[in-house]
Design a protein around this ligand. Sequence first.
Ligand code: CMP
Length: 133
Amino acid sequence: MIQQTLLLIKPNATKKNNIGAILKMVERNNFVIEKLKMMKMDEPLAEKFYAEHFGRDFYPFLLEFMLSGKIVAVLLSRENAIPKLRELVGNTDFEKANLGTIRSLYADSYRENSVHASDSPESAKREISLIFS
Ligand code: CMP
């Protein structure tokens, strides 16, 4: 089944000129870039995007980081896009991410983990509409 999913290239990766390298990995893994934009999140958008983490100890630092620089939002499609992108991105904790995954190559810390990928069809729908509507 062809699915759509959302990839965010986070501020640590955009600052370190890793946008092209990450997009190349995505395209080489047969994802089609349907929409792409560089942007800065503002606080209301970041709060909505990460609402499920509100109240967690890492939440203020997550927001501060996501507001700290430019991000690139990418709407992707391919067969089974949601699980396939999660596989390519690797574990949230970059130290546990499989070798060759995006986070194993471009994460700087647990928080500065270089990319976000939607984790379910419901999240993908919600996140795509937040960023691209
Ligand atoms: P992401 O896929 O964008 O989804 C939520 C983000 O919160 C996650 O990547 C991490 O960057 C961050 N995060 C989740 N859990 C923790 C944690 N325990 N400590 C620090 N950051 C976290």
